[in-house]
Design a binder for this molecule. Structure first.
Ligand SMILES: *[C@@H]1O[C@H](CO)[C@@H](O)[C@H](O)[C@H]1NC(C)=O
Ligand SMILES: *[C@@H]1O[C@H](CO)[C@@H](O)[C@H](O)[C@H]1NC(C)=O
Ligand SMILES: *[C@@H]1O[C@H](CO)[C@@H](O)[C@H](O)[C@H]1NC(C)=O
Ligand SMILES: *[C@@H]1O[C@H](CO)[C@@H](O)[C@H](O)[C@H]1NC(C)=O
Ligand SMILES: *[C@@H]1O[C@H](CO)[C@@H](O)[C@H](O)[C@H]1NC(C)=O
Ligand SMILES: *[C@@H]1O[C@H](CO)[C@@H](O)[C@H](O)[C@H]1NC(C)=O
Ligand SMILES: *[C@@H]1O[C@H](CO)[C@@H](O)[C@H](O)[C@H]1NC(C)=O
Length: 427
């Protein structure tokens, strides 16, 4: 079996026909960064072990970043050179301006920002949007209501709404702007976004960022009348050759019958999609985990979120240890080994058929493809989850990662305040 080889090259690229014309109405393709036709796909010479270690270290900094967001800290405790979403996992194609300029942007379900790399941008390394070519482009002015929603706006003497945004170790400088955004066949006139003028550091993805968080100036809030805060995505299986999934915007094409769990809101961090994880079972056995490991607390940011930027589900230490120990117990006398952040690996077949996340009102049962990662040669298999590494006060957030979500449709339905999950072969 093949596994994902993680990307880390940032190159110049042109937006070729990466996205096929299968798109219709409000459905967009989601491309994995490892998609064969994705121009930024790296040519890596990493061994399986090294690529897994790479994925793990990316996850650790992403989880640290999400923990920081959850606890509403002002600054991000990121070591230099570490990454948040510089190497995004999923990409969508958007069109900005009139006539439309196609851009491939990084998808981030837990961020509000829409950041478009604009022409003349200092430090942007990919295709940029040339606003002077667009007849529908407008700068947002300083006195406008949108400008007052931007933190760190800097209007001193200027008429356009300029702002600085710390993003991991990046310092993003942008002008608030508006233009027509076209997604699949939907036109969104006067969409407000940050037109990035300069960026330092390594955290901001070269592609720019399309956030699907639910804060005040987010894409979700701006498209309320069109999509009614409803979308779903299906992340493709890394093993499939096509690597494409789909993002469906709006209530129209969503599954009618879907099991779901209530979405919880942390008012200090409205953009994060919290749910109430209550228990985990390994096979049929419900693992004994102290309820405090799952407790939702808006003050500390504790709880459980779904995220597409973290590859492997990361649990707070007491929850992870309990799951791992039950897993090992059920594997009996088989010799356990470790690999990087994975501490439960075997060279014999795994006899555990499933792992179930039990949410309030919904069980999400994972087949082996969603909790086991196999080496390229097939000789080593690891439990594809990890403990939050920090071990400090930050360690309060459980994150359901993309490996566990792949080949499921995840529905975010804010009017009904629920997160739905349905099995789907999307790749
Ligand atoms: C944008 O960046 C360019 C350099 O690339 C600089 O000359 C210009 O002053 C910047 N504009 C704003 C509004 O910051
Ligand atoms: C942006 O478009 C203008 C008008 O077509 C053109 O003169 C300029 O060279 C373009 N800039 C870049 C960086 O492509
Ligand atoms: C938008 O603002 C930038 C920077 O202040 C300026 O260079 C540009 O000409 C403005 N564009 C329009 C359409 O007003
Ligand atoms: C980010 O850029 C702004 C404007 O150039 C500057 O005032 C600020 O000090 C920078 N912050 C960091 C952390 O570099
Ligand atoms: C977009 O904004 C511009 C400038 O504020 C305005 O003239 C125009 O009517 C708006 N278009 C739509 C479709 O709202
Ligand atoms: C959004 O969905 C809710 C529940 O389905 C419905 O009651 C409401 O009217 C919808 N709002 C819009 C703007 O379509
Ligand atoms: C989830 O699974 C457990 C154990 O099998 C069962 O007791 C519970 O009723 C299930 N919950 C839902 C919502 O189906």
């Amino acid at each position: 079996m093949r596994i994902l080889i993680f990307s880390f090259a940032i190159l110049f690229f042109s937006v070729a026909n990466v996205v096929s014309n299968q798109e219709q109405d409000s459905t967009l393709q989601i491309i994995h960064v490892n998609h064969p036709s994705y121009p930024l796909r790296p040519k890596t010479t990493l061994s399986w072990e090294d690529s897994v270690l790479q994925m793990q270290s990316n996850d650790e900094s992403r989880v640290r970043y999400l923990s920081m967001l959850a606890s509403a800290r002002q600054t991000v405790p990121i070591a230099s050179g570490s990454q948040i979403t510089k190497n995004p996992t999923y990409i969508i194609k958007v069109n900005v301006g009139t006539p439309a300029q196609p851009l491939l942007m990084a998808l981030d379900t837990n961020n509000d920002a829409a950041l478009v790399p604009c022409h003349m941008c200092l430090g942007c390394s990919s295709t940029t949007f040339n606003s002077t070519k667009s007849s529908t482009f407008n700068n947002v002015t300083c006195g406008s209501p949108q400008c007052s929603q931007v933190s760190n706006s800097n209007c001193g003497g200027k008429t356009s709404c300029h702002f600085n945004l710390p993003y991991g170790n990046s310092n993003v400088s942008a002008n608030l702007a508006q233009d027509t955004l076209t997604l699949a066949n939907n036109h969104i006139p006067n969409f407000t976004f940050g037109c990035v003028n300069s960026t330092t550091g390594t955290s901001l993805p070269a592609q720019g960022l399309m956030g699907l968080g639910r804060g005040p100036l987010s894409f979700i809030s701006q498209t309320l009348t069109l999509y009614n805060s409803t979308f779903s995505y299906c992340l493709p299986n890394y093993k499939s050759s096509g690597f494409t999934g789909s993002l469906k915007l709006g209530p129209k094409f969503q599954p009618i019958q879907i099991k779901s769990t209530p979405l919880l809101k942390n008012s200090r961090r409205p953009s994060l999609y919290y749910v109430d994880l209550k228990a985990i079972s390994v096979g049929a056995n419900v693992v004994k985990i102290p309820p405090s490991a799952f407790a939702f607390d808006p003050n500390t940011g504790a709880g459980t979120i779904f995220d597409t930027g973290v590859q492997f589900t990361t649990l707070v230490m007491p929850a992870y240890v309990a799951v791992r120990d039950e897993f090992r117990r059920r594997m009996g006398k088989a010799t356990v080994s470790s690999l990087g952040g994975f501490d439960t690996c075997y060279t014999v077949p795994i006899t555990i058929p499933s792992i179930t996340f039990m949410f309030q009102g919904m069980n999400m049962t994972l087949a082996q493809d969603n909790f086991l990662i196999h080496s390229t040669s097939g000789s080593t298999t690891c439990l594809a989850m990890a403990a939050e590494m920090d071990g400090s006060v930050n360690s309060v957030l459980n994150v359901i990662g993309s490996f566990q979500q792949q080949n499921h449709r995840i529905l975010i339905d804010q009017p009904k305040s629920r997160l739905g999950v349905a099995w789907e072969r999307c790749s």
